[in-house]
Design a protein around this ligand. Structure first.
Ligand SMILES: Cc1cc2nc3c(=O)[nH]c(=O)nc-3n(C[C@H](O)[C@H](O)[C@H](O)COP(=O)(O)OP(=O)(O)OC[C@H]3O[C@@H](n4cnc5c(N)ncnc54)[C@H](O)[C@@H]3O)c2cc1C
Length: 263
């Protein structure tokens, strides 16, 4: 390791102040950041740990909306949402392995915006929003492409706001080595709309699949997905794990499976 300063503030305000230093960076679970430090791909002058900030912890329900603190771990989300939002609990409970789930946080995941991360699919499907120390950003505006978000320098994700759907399901086709989704689809059904979002498939990162949303809003049945034309127009990831056409096909299959699972 190279030398850097490490601070562990107790409040969001103190964290924001510490992040004003040049090259200072927040540290949440470290599941992505620490490996990049070890490889010298990133060399911040100061790490601002979020683990001591109680205000960034926990899951609260307020009239149909969940507010999840940015520093809440995947394991805690899986536990706390089991009855409130089982689709999210199932997603969180399948991220990585127990070590990753006990350290990694939802805020770190969405700040990183890996094109194969699981939470962005949920957040896009429900049309949730990202709350920072300065503003609230709708998911559609927040996710701006591969590893790219609307966050400004020094801006901290403090919470995620999620309208809870009537029913939901997350289907994840795992890349067996990394356990990240090769393609993942989150389907959320509300009284007046259906959300379908795909992760792991596009070079632009997570996206809402508008045609599937419209088809399922009219007829919430697997046949409505089967009747759809294959995804095109999306710039699909084409790598050694699967071609773009394969990922487009997976998106359809996984959407149908999610609808089937929701009965
Ligand atoms: C083996 C393995 C398997 C995994 N499998 C999956 C998987 O299947 N699905 C999946 O979705 N993820 C997976 N992950 C990633 C995991 O979810 C991580 O938790 C996540 O990528 C980063 O979260 P973190 O809390 O560790 O963030 P960190 O590594 O601490 O930080 C990541 C980045 O976000 C920034 N940051 C952190 N918190 C904030 C904040 N509140 N505001 C602003 N910026 C912030 C940091 O400065 C850094 O740039 C896996 C990771 C590993 C190691």
């Amino acid at each position: 390791m190279y030398e850097f300063e490490f601070v562990k503030p107790a409040t969001v305000e103190a964290a924001i102040e510490a992040l004003k230093d040049e090259d200072a960076q927040p540290l949440a679970g470290g599941q992505t950041l620490i490996p990049t430090l070890k490889q010298r791909l990133n060399m911040p002058s100061k790490l601002v740990s979020l683990k001591g900030i109680t205000a960034l912890q926990g899951v609260r329900e307020e009239s149909g909306t969940l507010r999840i603190g940015a520093a809440t771990t995947h394991a805690e989300i899986a536990r706390a949402t089991a009855t409130l939002f089982p689709g999210l609990a199932s997603l969180a409970g399948r991220i990585g392995d127990p070590a990753v789930r006990n350290r990694g946080t939802i805020g770190g995941s969405i700040a990183n915006n890996d094109p194969s991360a699981c939470y962005p699919a949920m957040l896009m499907a429900v049309r949730g929003s990202v709350i920072t120390n300065t503003r609230e950003i709708p998911a559609e505006a927040y996710f701006q492409g591969m590893f790219d978000t609307a966050l400004e320098d020094g801006e901290l994700v403090t919470a995620i706001s999620i309208p809870v759907p009537e029913a939901s399901n997350y289907q994840k086709f795992e890349q067996p080595a990394s356990r990240f989704p090769l393609c993942g689809v989150f389907v959320a059904r509300f009284l007046d709309r259906v959300g379908v979002a795909v992760t792991g498939a596009s070079n632009d990162g997570v996206f809402a699949w508008a045609e599937a949303e419209q088809a399922l809003a009219t007829d919430f049945a697997p046949a409505a997905v089967t009747a759809l034309a294959a995804l095109d127009g999306e710039d699909m990831i084409d790598d050694l794990h699967g071609s773009g056409a394969y990922r487009a096909h997976l998106a359809s299959v996984l959407t149908r499976r999610a609808v089937e699972a929701m009965g």
